[in-house]
Design a protein. Structure first.
Length: 428
């Protein structure tokens, strides 16, 4: 019996909690309850312990066993010079047996990994930013003219490039979901503002026509919707066209609202900056998978096994929501098959957990954090993408405890973007 370091991130403890220690904890817990509890027929603080132990037997038993177990575990951690604040995740109990009021246990604990990454630059791909051509600037100016023109309703069948004014509501398994409804929403067909396939299936509709659109949310979508089949009930209220505005100083003033004296030259410079940012973001997104691959394959450290197991549970649960009913029934009836299915996600979970620790280390090293405002901005953007009410979407995320995962996603992107931007060069 005792404790041993399996590696720098995992501890195995085998020991016994004697009944004497549990009984001491039991007496202390009962005394604390008696000081604060009020029972009819007794003055506060004067309730006999026998009455307390009888009335709160289950709670006292559970709490005393837990406190005694925690004390034993903490004693072992101290001997290994491991601070309690560095113990992470839920423990994995390999054995927990109560025999004659004693507890025999074996438990694995996860320890916060220690990373030491001195030169991160060698893992970052070199990326070069192309110079922006005059033709690209002219095309962007034409886009400004088109997007800032006046909207007019037209009597025609909806085509690519038109603006569809729609009412819609999304349903999963026949039930409406939070944030999937809007009225009078102007959607440009071909803008890819909604999930793939939505805009294409609107093409050919006429004013006042209604239609059910059957789609599937992308696998990389918001966790509670990812991969699920969805039916959108849509009504087309109107077909609109946007008149093309004249490219002149007046357009510049309309777009550059903070500059009352904006000119066409200012607008061209603004177009160039936008194009440079678009190209930069494109290059960063294209090189992000390579950066992640380099980080995962080149940075080696021990990972807490309990965190991997927890991540496998999350991935497994999310996957279950997407599988067909026949396979789901099979997994529910055969525990071994369910275990085998869960095991298929181990590699994915290992990579996810490893990347999370790397991102956490780099965020602290480079003082990168995520504010609540950034979370709200992403939620607002996502709501606009699906035509949902931002407030309702936020409430749904909070109800399903999705905010921490969303915050981690934002942090991961900020850290990876920061690394790639550090290697970004202008191509001569």
């Amino acid at each position: 019996m005792g404790a041993e370091l399996i590696n720098t991130a995992n501890v195995l403890i085998k020991d016994k909690v004697n009944s004497d220690l549990i009984n001491k904890k039991r007496a202390k817990i009962a005394q604390n309850i008696s000081k604060n509890i009020k029972i009819d027929g007794f003055r506060k603080g004067k309730v006999p312990l026998s009455v307390i132990e009888s009335r709160y037997k289950d709670k006292i038993t559970q709490d005393s066993q837990q406190e005694a177990l925690n004390e034993k575990i903490n004693d072992h951690l101290k001997k290994l010079n491991i601070e309690l604040k560095n113990v992470i995740g839920s423990p994995i109990f390999l054995k927990y047996e109560i025999i004659n009021d004693n507890i025999d246990f074996e438990v694995k604990l996860g320890i916060l990994p220690k990373l030491d990454i001195e030169d991160i630059s060698k893992f970052i791909p070199d990326i070069k930013l192309e110079s922006i051509s005059k033709d690209s600037i002219n095309n962007k100016m034409e886009e400004f003219a088109k997007s800032n023109g006046k909207l007019i309703e037209v009597e025609k069948t909806l085509e690519n490039g038109d603006i569809a004014n729609i009412d819609f509501e999304g349903f999963i398994n026949g039930e409406a979901f939070d944030g999937g409804k809007a009225k009078g929403y102007d959607l440009e067909i071909g803008s890819k503002s909604f999930i793939e396939g939505f805009e294409d299936k609107l093409i050919g509709m006429k004013k006042d026509q209604s239609k059910d659109i059957e789609l599937k949310f992308p696998e990389n979508y918001t966790a509670h919707l990812a991969g699920k089949d969805v039916v959108f009930k849509v009504k087309l209220n109107a077909v609109k066209k946007r008149e093309i505005a004249k490219i002149d100083d007046e357009l510049a003033k309309k777009i550059l609202i903070q500059n009352d004296n904006a000119t066409l030259k200012d607008l061209e410079e603004f177009a160039k900056i936008q194009l440079e940012n678009e190209e930069k973001n494109k290059l960063i997104n294209e090189n992000k998978p390579k950066l992640v691959e380099n980080l995962l394959s080149s940075i080696d450290f021990d990972i807490p096994e309990n965190i991997i197991e927890q991540e496998m549970d999350i991935i497994f649960r999310n996957n279950i929501q997407k599988i067909k009913e026949e396979e789901l029934k099979e997994l529910q009836q055969d525990k071994n098959k369910a275990k085998e299915k869960r095991e298929t996600f181990r590699e994915e979970a290992q990579k996810s957990v490893k990347l999370t620790f790397i991102v956490d280390f780099l965020s602290k090293k480079n003082n990168i954090s995520v504010s609540d405002n950034e979370v709200y901005q992403m939620l607002y953007y996502e709501a606009m993408m699906i035509g949902a009410n931002p407030k309702e979407l936020l409430e749904n995320y909070e109800k399903n405890n999705v905010i921490p995962a969303l915050k981690m996603t934002i942090l991961e992107n900020k850290v990876l973007n920061n690394l790639l931007e550090s290697k970004l060069q202008n191509k001569e």
